[in-house]
Design a protein around this ligand. Structure first.
Ligand SMILES: [Zn+2]
Length: 656
């Protein structure tokens, strides 16, 4: 690992806190050092308060901040003398510790100081850096971990046996360091937890971290523990089973889950190991991961439903074995799963959450394999993991309601998604919490939506193979399918039946009718194992009120509606709802330019405004209105409705 310190950059930061932000971000950039909010840093400063009194403050990372993106506002200023007094208390609960630390802050608007604030305070150096470096934690998670650490660092570091982070850890180190010469130390190795380094200047403290971690990395390299993921493992992908696993996990959790399957060489190689079930279930890389990942992953066998059931029962037993009577049991279902010979699945209420779990598992499976080469992966005993998972500070967060969006965790597919109603549907679904696969012919699809929860895919819906591939991408990417908004369509030129160009007719039938049938066919097996599955067909007012010159369009749309009605009859037994929207005069689409609008209004001898609101309610219908209706149809409001045709046209005399 190389130091990222840059003298030119660093000289810009004159202030100690600014430099603290700078090197904290350098640490945060290395996922092999810290992951998703892990690790913490601090700087001690002498300041003068409003009354002209000297005050020694510890600026320590606030909880909720990530080292990679931290700013000066992310550091909580805490009075150092109070923190130093706290460590001398014989005991202190962590909730009490958090309360007293908060009261000792000089800025009441700052975030809660890290639970390691007391530990930072008692280290007698200006800068303190703390990470959960993979290489070091991996070595400590082996049978002879302590011996190996001693071999690497000698007396240059203080080796601290594992204890629970928070007050207990600070107290332990306080006691261990009563008679030591701090200046003889370059850092501390906390078994099964991480590394601390310190110095009176930012650069030395940061570079000592890089140095100590590099030595651990070099040690691993010298032991030949480099893992080369095999790129030619045959992945036995079964997308329908993946969707079933996701449904079962969602039902067990009580809400829809995104299920991200990784079959990249790293994950697939691990899942192909013959002893994967044994090595994957010994415990987490560091105890703080347990809050996101639970102690162990699920191992998928031949019957995913039974596997989830067994996992849940085993978790409940683990809780019973370790609990005192005051704890509230957490959701007992798995957060990730090893799928032997396939890959690894990460479950999350959102794409973001699944992504965090996926990152953690990448680091975990690598560490497990390296530790196996060092004589055996050995995680902490169950009771230590349990104490972390059921830490009073974590328990205190329970019951505080986190509001979830209407379609949170749902997975939707939208066609014709680059513009108009389709695009508005993608945005509305996303705003309500769904993950979306957005399909369109437009080559810009892959970059149109710059969000992790929206996957744009270029797809020509008139090509069967394109549809099939796109649906499979959706399952592979998010784990299942719950909502289909079948919207792709064209508005062909106005031609009478007598003068119809056969191509006009054929194109309209292909896109406005046949492609919808093909999409239903491709999606149905997955929707059948979806969560409250729903299909919404975007049809047209033309079904009920056709117009002259529009036979190619109206006939296809009438066919699409009839298809949806039959689908409602056929798919009801599978729990799939099929409903239709009939929009009219939606003018905020690419189709309707100002020029065309003016021309049409002039044709009828009315203003553009009158033309746009030429309906019973005298109101303008927008793409967003249609999208909101489609989302409602996908949600609980329409849970008991199928086969319905709902106009959204401001009221049309010919339809009513
Ligand atoms: Zn830590």
């Amino acid at each position: 690992m190389n130091s990222l310190w840059n003298n030119d950059e660093a000289t810009q930061y004159k202030d100690a806190l600014a430099l603290r932000v700078y090197t904290s971000r350098l640490l945060g950039q290395e996922s092999a050092l810290v992951l998703h909010g892990g690790g913490n840093t601090s700087v001690k400063r002498n300041t003068t308060n409003l009354f002209g009194e000297n005050e020694e403050l510890l600026y320590v990372k606030g909880s909720g901040w990530d080292l990679a993106t931290i700013e000066s506002a992310g550091f909580a200023p805490v009075k150092l003398d109070i923190l130093k007094k706290m460590v001398q208390l014989p005991q202190l609960s962590d909730s009490e510790m958090v309360r007293v630390q908060r009261a000792a802050m000089t800025n009441p608007n700052a975030p809660n100081p890290s639970v390691e604030a007391i530990l930072h305070a008692i280290i007698p150096f200006t800068y303190v850096d703390h990470t959960h470096a993979d290489a070091v934690v991996t070595i400590t998670n082996t049978k002879t971990g302590e011996e190996r650490i001693r071999q690497i660092y000698g007396n240059r570091v203080l080796i601290v046996p594992y204890v629970m982070p928070g007050f207990i850890l600070a107290k332990k180190i306080y006691e261990m360091t009563q008679d030591i010469d701090w200046t003889a130390l370059e850092g501390m190795i906390l078994m099964n937890h991480g590394v601390f380094t310190f110095a009176d200047d930012a650069k030395t403290s940061y570079e000592r971290m890089i140095q100590l971690v590099s030595e651990a990395e070099n040690y691993l390299q010298a032991k030949n523990t480099h893992i080369v993921p095999s790129s030619n493992v045959v992945v036995k992908e079964d997308l329908l089973t993946l969707a079933r696993i996701r449904k079962s996990v969602s039902e067990a959790k009580g809400f829809p889950m995104i299920s991200q399957l990784d079959t990249n060489p790293k994950s697939a190689s691990f899942a192909h190991l013959s002893h994967v079930a044994s090595i994957a279930t010994r415990g987490p890389l560091t105890p703080d991961h347990v809050i996101r990942t639970k102690p162990i992953p699920m191992i998928i066998g031949n019957n995913p439903e039974a596997d989830i059931d067994n996992y849940t029962k085993a978790y409940c037993k683990y809780f019973e074995r370790n609990t005192n009577d005051q704890l509230t049991r957490l959701n007992p279902t798995p957060c990730w799963a090893i799928w032997p010979e396939v890959g690894i699945i990460s479950f999350g209420r959102s794409v973001k959450e699944a992504g965090i779990i996926s990152d953690i598992k990448d680091h975990t499976v690598e560490a497990i394999q390296v530790a196996e080469m060092l004589g055996g992966w050995k995680a902490l005993p169950e009771s230590d993991i349990f104490d972390m998972e059921y830490w009073e500070l974590e328990q205190a967060k329970l019951g505080k309601s986190s509001t979830s969006l209407a379609l949170q965790g749902k997975i939707a597919l939208v066609t014709g998604a680059a513009s108009g109603i389709g695009r508005a549907c993608v945005e509305a679904l996303h705003a309500q919490g769904a993950a979306v696969i957005a399909l369109d012919l437009n080559p810009a699809m892959t970059t149109l939506f710059d969000k992790k929860e929206i996957l744009g895919v270029v797809c020509d819906v008139t090509i069967d193979e394109n549809i099939k591939n796109s649906v499979e991408i959706a399952i592979r990417h998010f784990g299942g399918l719950d909502i289909v908004i079948s919207n792709a369509g064209i508005f062909p030129p106005s031609e009478t039946i007598a003068d119809m160009n056969p191509k006009t007719w054929d194109d309209s039938i292909a896109i406005n009718l046949t492609s919808h049938q093909r999409l239903l066919q491709a999606c149905t097996p997955y929707l059948a194992v979806g969560i409250e599955p729903a299909i919404i067909m975007v049809a047209s007012k033309n079904v009920a009120a056709p117009g002259p010159g529009a036979s190619a369009y109206s006939v296809a749309k009438a066919g699409q509606t009839q298809l949806a009605r039959v689908a409602a009859l056929e798919l009801g037994a599978l729990g799939i709802r099929v409903n239709m929207v009939h929009p009219n005069a939606v003018f905020d689409t690419a189709l309707w330019t100002t020029e065309i609008l003016e021309k049409r209004a002039k044709h009828y001898g009315i203003t553009v405004e009158e033309y746009k609101t030429n309906n019973i309610l005298k109101t303008e219908v927008t793409s967003k209105d249609v999208a909101e209706l489609a989302c409602a149809m996908a949600g609980p409001l329409f849970a008991k409705t199928t086969g319905a045709q709902v106009p959204i046209d401001g009221g049309n005399e010919r339809v009513i």
